[in-house]
Write a protein that binds this ligand. Structure first.
Ligand SMILES: Cc1cc2nc3c(=O)[nH]c(=O)nc-3n(C[C@H](O)[C@H](O)[C@H](O)COP(=O)(O)OP(=O)(O)OC[C@H]3O[C@@H](n4cnc5c(N)ncnc54)[C@H](O)[C@@H]3O)c2cc1C
Length: 464
């Protein structure tokens, strides 16, 4: 066995993974054990996955097998059957990809009560994906306490690692963009995926071998009342098909079409990116390779906007509630919180699309039936909840509840940043008005002026 002076640091430095993605989480540096474990948390893929690649590189250097362990936490990752099924479908593709590489794959729900320490007790090294949300950071803290081997976290969910950008909350896209642009080129040339030298397919650890879609039937599952979205399947294969379709058919008019609710002008990749079923680097490279002039606009959404959201949840402990806002936004909303509202709806009325506004009801119907709302309508949907709710605190709570319960891409950093944006986060003050104060307002006249809205209403107003 090559032991690189018995230290993990040297092995990691010689791996093909960008060093700035990597953090050593505990003080253990000596490697001894009979396998390397990749604890897969939010990068559910075996293609272009820097965490998996690092685990394979370490295993190859040590001449050990590598195994993958995934422990979904449904309460936090997928509260309803819809997200859970999408995730499991994705894990089926991951299992197939891992099997092709000779890597064993185990999956246990957090609810099964198997502690990571039991699965990793014989590991020479434990590698995991960086997590940005509070529950993901807490899970890593727990792993640090129980690990008995080097624990290494890799920023595989993002293109540019947050650690190389700023150690604080960014004010807006305009403050983050130049920092990203300066170093982006370094993250768009990933090393090829390494292949394990030793198969782990016959190795048995305390975790359960992944049973594919049967996993849907076992254990105390997520809420079954919000079922699967018809016609949408999770997994790398579907994500790659959507990406190819986007590049060949939609990218050329992305800038023009992406905001029009009557058109299907965006990539629809967000649920796949949410579960890490496709690498954001893979999506970025496909778009760059097309040499289309709209590439820049798409990359701004995929990289700057998305990473602003990751920065928000990482550095703002209040990302799930109204205290996360900048003081100008919070103050102005509070100053206007007693303003008279023309309409006030309960959470149930919102949930049942029972408002007076056909555009809003159509957006909510789309969320319930398709697990997504068109990007432009998502903003309208959020702004109107603020306008028709008794207080901004309630509006925030309702939005988090509805978004995360029904959206396939819910419970994501983007979910929290998108909701906070409706309340003025990452935006600037606008002209003062009732209820919103200086927070940007949207109305249906704007929708009708900019778009026909006919197709959107026909498709979503009466469908549930
Ligand atoms: C109230 C509200 C709630 C939202 N909830 C979510 C959510 O739960 N999950 C989610 O992923 N996004 C959310 N967004 C952000 C945005 O609406 C979606 O990311 C986008 O519509 C996804 O569609 P797409 O994949 O076709 O996007 P495309 O236009 O094809 O963009 C490609 C990728 O870029 C990223 N992106 C695009 N727009 C944004 C944006 N404004 N902010 C951050 N990243 C972006 C996403 O990862 C997206 O998949 C929300 C926005 C608002 C206003």
């Amino acid at each position: 066995m090559t032991d690189h002076n018995g230290s993990i640091t040297g092995i990691v430095m010689e791996s093909g993974t960008e060093q700035s993605r990597i953090s050593f989480c505990n003080n253990i540096s000596t490697v001894s054990g009979s396998y390397v474990l990749y604890w897969m948390r939010n990068s559910h893929r075996a293609v272009m996955n820097p965490s998996l690649n690092l685990a394979v590189d370490i295993a190859n250097t040590l001449r050990l097998p590598v195994l993958v362990y995934c422990q979904p936490d449904h309460d936090r990752q997928c509260p309803c059957m819809r997200q859970y099924r999408f995730m499991i479908e994705g894990l089926c593709d991951t299992r197939d990809q891992l099997m092709d590489k000779g890597i064993a794959f185990m999956v246990d729900s957090v609810a099964a009560g198997i502690d990571l320490s039991a699965v990793s007790s014989g590991a020479a090294a434990l590698v995991t994906d960086a997590g940005y949300l509070k529950h993901e950071r807490e899970a890593l803290e727990h792993a640090i306490k129980v690990s008995v081997c080097p624990l290494i976290s890799v920023e595989s969910p993002v293109i540019v690692p947050l650690a190389s950008l700023s150690g604080k909350e960014e004010y807006a896209a305009s403050t983050l963009r130049p920092k990203i642009k300066k170093i982006l080129h370094a993250y768009l040339n990933p090393a090829p995926d390494p292949v394990p030298q030793i198969s782990s397919l016959k190795i048995k650890l305390p975790g359960s071998a992944f049973k594919g879609e049967q996993h849907l039937l076992t254990g105390t599952g997520p809420d079954p009342s919000v079922g699967a979205v018809r016609g949408v399947r999770g997994g790398y294969r579907c994500a790659r098909r959507l990406l190819d379709d986007f590049v060949t058919r939609k990218l050329a008019s992305y800038d023009k079409d992406r905001n029009d609710p009557d058109l299907d002008g965006t990539s629809l990749l967000s649920p796949y990116l949410h579960f890490g079923q496709i690498s954001p680097v893979e999506a970025a490279l496909a778009v760059i390779d097309s040499e289309d002039e709209n590439a820049e606009k798409f990359l701004d959404e995929l990289i700057v906007r998305r990473e602003l959201a990751f920065n928000f949840v990482r550095f703002n402990e209040n990302y799930g509630n109204i205290k996360s806002l900048q003081s100008w936004a919070l103050d102005t909303l509070m100053l206007h919180s007693a303003d008279k509202r023309e309409y006030i709806y309960s959470r149930d009325e919102f949930e049942n699309s029972a408002t007076h506004d056909p555009y809003w009801n159509a957006a909510q119907n789309q969320l319930v039936s398709e697990g997504i709302i068109h990007n432009y309508m998502r903003m309208y949907w959020g702004k109107k909840i603020i306008e028709w709710t008794v207080s901004p605190e309630n509006a925030y709570e309702y939005m988090v509840y509805l978004n995360n319960r029904y959206a396939l891409d819910g419970s994501d950093p983007n979910s929290y940043a998108g909701i906070a944006w409706c309340f003025g986060k990452h935006d600037r003050p606008w002209a003062q008005r009732q209820v919103f104060g200086k927070v940007r307002y949207m109305n249906d006249r704007g929708l009708k002026r900019k778009f026909s809205m006919r197709t959107y209403l026909e498709k979503h107003l009466h469908v549930k």
